[in-house]
Design a protein around this ligand. Structure first.
Ligand code: THU
Length: 160
């Protein structure tokens, strides 16, 4: 029997230590929390993606009285970016979340369903998507979406 030992590299740093480009993307994600429609959870999530053409697209979670019909900020943002620019890769994604008027202390991490969507958006363009998770106390940076979902299901799994 063999064992596969997978490791995930996560850079941990403060906002002050971030590069100017990453600070900008985080700030856009923080601003995007203000457009969230979250009357049920009161958890306001904002996301910002940097596209390979330099454009930044933002989005936020959109809830619904029929709870499962709502959508997370990451999916709203990535689907919108891909729909507007189907031929342009997503180079980086930043996420921030706010509740009770404060940004979360710890980095806000994407749910399982969003990880699946981020992985597809990364594979589609064959380019790594940097993932930046904002928290007031620290920031996590992952070098690609795959590191959020190792051994994930993808296009290749369908045709194996
Ligand atoms: N949510 C996101 O938008 N992104 C995440 O990464 C985690 C959760 C939303 C879904 C729902 O509207 C609210 O946050 C509470 O789960």
């Amino acid at each position: 029997m063999e064992s596969l030992n997978l490791t995930t590299k996560i850079l941990v740093y403060s906002f002050e230590e971030a590069t100017e480009n990453i600070k900008k993307l985080i700030n856009e994600a923080k601003i995007a929390t203000q457009s969230a429609y979250a009357p049920y959870s009161n958890f306001y999530v904002g996301a910002a993606v940097l596209l390979a053409n330099g454009e930044i697209i933002t989005g936020s979670n959109q809830e619904n009285a029929a709870y499962p019909s709502g959508l997370c900020a990451e999916r709203v943002t990535v689907f919108h970016a891909n729909a507007q620019y189907p031929d342009v890769a997503v180079e980086a994604l930043a996420i921030a979340a706010c509740h009770d008027g404060e940004f979360t202390i710890n980095p806000c991490s994407p749910c399982g369903g969003c990880r699946q969507v981020l992985l597809e958006a990364e594979n589609r363009y064959n380019r790594p998507m940097k993932v930046i998770l904002y928290g007031e106390s620290k920031i996590y940076e992952l070098e690609c979406a795959k590191s959020l979902l190792p051994v994930g299901f993808g296009k290749d799994s369908l045709f194996d």
